[in-house]
Design a protein around this ligand. Structure first.
Ligand SMILES: Cc1ncc(COP(=O)(O)O)c(C=O)c1O
Length: 225
């Protein structure tokens, strides 16, 4: 059962998000992170106006996508979790955008799968901007060599960058890292609409101020998991 409180929470968050994006030019998209949340809640959030949902686990995405198809709903999945070779089939072609390209083997594996199934897959390159040993993503020093190689893969469409920060940072450190992400993205304009996926529940307002085009927010919308 979805409670009134949940509905109010979703509506309140959407209002706050719209207020923030007004200030930053209205371009940013809200990716509602729905991992571990039941499909009924996703459907409700969609009815309230959310168009993009982020999932972390391949099989969960596959299962929820079956429900989406059965109910003939029109919203996009974004895949934001770690992806392993044997799970590519659950995600590629189902997620509109994969945010978490964090190693070159994965690039080659997705390219091979897409070629075989005649799919073009939109992706973001995950950057480990704070060089945190506990986080995935490419280190800055590898970017320059990796980007042209990804751009050459004809079944991948590179749309921009994503980052995840560790939990224990101060606001000013968060701002500095997000600012750096923006600067990097300006060196790699693949098209006019380069995407920068950064910002979660605790720091999405800072991310939007620093040029995020996609915030991935779960807890603030749906409550704790
Ligand atoms: C990659 C990624 N982005 C965003 C989120 C959403 O985090 P929060 O619930 O803090 O908004 C998660 C949650 O697990 C995540 O894994």
């Amino acid at each position: 059962m979805v409670s009134e409180k949940v509905i109010t929470n979703i509506k309140n968050f959407m209002f706050k998000f719209q207020e923030c994006t007004k200030k930053s030019g209205d371009r940013a998209k809200l990716i509602a992170v729905s991992k571990k949340k039941e499909f009924q809640l996703i459907q409700l959030a969609h009815e309230l106006g959310i168009k993009f949902f982020g999932e972390n686990y391949p099989q969960e995405l596959r299962d929820k996508n079956i429900q989406k198809t059965e109910k003939n709903l029109h919203f996009d999945w974004h895949f934001i979790g770690r992806l392993q070779k044997n799970k590519i089939k659950y995600v590629v072609g189902k997620a509109d955008l994969i945010h978490s390209i964090d190693n070159f083997e994965l690039v080659e594996d997705i390219q091979d799968y897409c070629k075989k199934h005649n799919i073009k897959q939109k992706v973001l390159v995950q950057i480990n901007i704070s060089s945190d040993p506990n986080k995935g993503g490419f280190l800055m020093k590898h970017l320059q060599s990796i980007i042209p190689k990804i751009e050459k893969k004809e079944h991948l469409q590179l749309c921009g960058f994503m980052t995840i920060l560790e939990d224990n940072l101060q606001d000013e450190e968060i701002r500095d890292y997000y600012r750096e992400m923006y600067k990097i993205s300006q060196n790699y304009i693949f098209n006019d609409d380069i995407e920068i996926s950064m910002g979660m529940s605790k720091d999405y307002t800072i991310a939007l101020e620093e040029g995020s085009t996609m915030v991935r927010v779960g807890t603030e919308i749906f409550g704790p998991r």
